[in-house]
Design a protein around this ligand. Sequence first.
Ligand code: SF4
Length: 323
Amino acid sequence: MFRIFIPKFYSDFNCIADACPDTCCKDWDIVVDDETLEFYRSSGDEKLVNALKTDSDGDVILDFDSGVCPHLKDGLCSVQTKYGGDKLCETCRTFPRITQDYTVFEERLLTLACPEAARLMIIEEPDFGFLSEKREVSGDSGYDNEFMHFLLAAREMTAEIIKKDASFEKMSEELFAFTRDVQSLVDDEVFDITELLRLDRSDKRLPERDDVFDIHRDMDVMDKNYLTLIEACRNDKMPAEINGELKRLFLYYIARYYLTAVASYDIITTVIRAYCAAVVCGALISFTKAENDSAARAVIYQKYSKEIEHSDENEEIFRRLDI
Ligand code: SF4
């Protein structure tokens, strides 16, 4: 039976609008979907059409050349005001809500690129228990159902490691050891769940801290000053009191990316990305003295997501990290 898995923080989300320390109406390239494009072009409203341009991939996007959305007026969206929320393009209509579509089931999540979503998922202590709810994977899913069952079991075990009462370093060591072993099974196309219980988890090496910061130098970002900031905090160690938040950052990454291995056969990059995000955000929190300021920490997690997480180019750079 088809099921949709919806964590409570997804249902709890409400845009905080003019109280938002950022806005989703700046910096991005927002692709306009076909249905919205048809409405814009048939509306007779020149402002709607003039606000569009075509990017290097041939997609029609909103023209953010001035840095902010051309429809943003006095902090409000003029398309929403004039035509109603259902006439916004799909990205604007749904942000920061995400649907992970696995054909025979769906998972709902928020993207960390919104400060309020970051607060709900990382600063609060949300329930990521949906990761262990059983999924029925059968029929014509378009992928190998046995492999998906294997990934679901491996993801659940990964979440258990993250949730253990251990220091960030100990948790990371166990996680890398487990993930290396799981990746070997995936590489050999051994999708037997009982094998997961027999892994020796002995290779506990972590990525070198210097390497983590070095690879960020090449990242594709919207705000070039952000790379300078990351470089400046390279010697700042993560504060122990944010251990729980950094673990939730891991849970977010595995919730969002682990099952995509059903197509890519790559799970180790998800763990590398989560680890790098935690190391850099931890250093940024220390550097900016945000240990006792949860609102500032939410913005640090959100900004990292906005600048680093949502780029295919950056994902490729993470794959190059020597582990
Ligand atoms: S970034 Fe999030 S909280 Fe801020 S305006 Fe956009 S949806 Fe609302």
